[in-house]
Design a protein around this ligand. Structure first.
Ligand code: FEO
Length: 159
C-alpha cells in the first residue's frame, strides 16, 4: 500500500504530465497554423506520450492500492515565435520535467518505498532520452538555417 504523501506526490505528477500533454498539443496546433506539418505531427505525438505517462502513473497508483486523480489542469501558453523557439521551449520544459521526476524519487526514497523508486527510475532514464532528443532537434534547427527548416520539418514528420 502506498503512503498518502507519496500518493499525493504522484497525483501531482499526473497533473504535470497532463499539463505537458496540453502544452505540446497547443504547440502542435501553433505549428500546424504556421504551416509546419512535420513539427505539428512530432508535437502531437509528444502530447500523446505525455498522456501515456500520466495514465501509466495512474495505473501504478491503483495497483498499489492508491487512488488516481485527474485534477484541474492550468491553461498552457498560446504562442512561441520561431521554429527554433518552439523547440527550445520543448527542451527547457523537458529539463523541468526531469527535475520534477527527481523530486518524486526523493519523496519515494524518504517514504522508503522501494517499488515506487524502481518504478520511477524508468522515468528518470526516459528523461535522459527526452532531453537529448529535444536538444538534438534544437541543434539541427540552428545548423539548418532558414532553408534547411524544410528538411528538418520533413524529418520530424517521420516520427
Ligand atoms: Fe512525461 Fe516528456 O516527460
Amino acid at each position: 500500500m502506498i503512503t498518502e504523501n507519496l500518493q499525493k506526490a504522484i497525483n501531482d505528477q499526473i497533473t504535470a504530465e497532463l499539463w505537458s500533454s496540453n502544452l505540446y498539443l497547443q504547440m502542435s496546433f501553433y505549428m500546424a497554423k504556421e504551416g509546419w506539418d512535420g513539427a505539428a505531427h512530432w508535437l502531437a505525438k509528444q502530447a500523446e506520450e505525455e498522456k501515456e505517462h500520466a495514465v501509466d502513473m495512474a495505473h501504478y497508483l491503483i495497483k498499489r492500492g492508491g487512488e488516481a486523480k485527474v485534477s484541474m489542469i492550468d491553461v498552457v501558453p498560446q504562442g512561441w515565435g520561431s521554429y527554433a523557439e518552439v523547440f527550445e521551449h520543448v527542451y527547457k520544459h523537458e529539463c523541468h520535467v526531469s527535475e520534477l521526476i527527481d523530486k518524486l524519487v526523493d519523496v519515494a526514497s524518504a517514504e522508503k518505498d522501494k517499488a515506487t523508486q524502481d518504478f520511477l527510475w524508468g522515468y528518470v532514464r526516459e528523461q535522459v532520452e527526452e532531453e537529448a532528443t529535444a536538444s538534438s532537434i534544437v541543434d539541427k534547427i540552428r545548423k539548418a538555417g532558414e532553408h534547411g527548416l524544410f528538411y528538418i520539418d520533413a524529418e520530424l514528420a517521420k516520427r
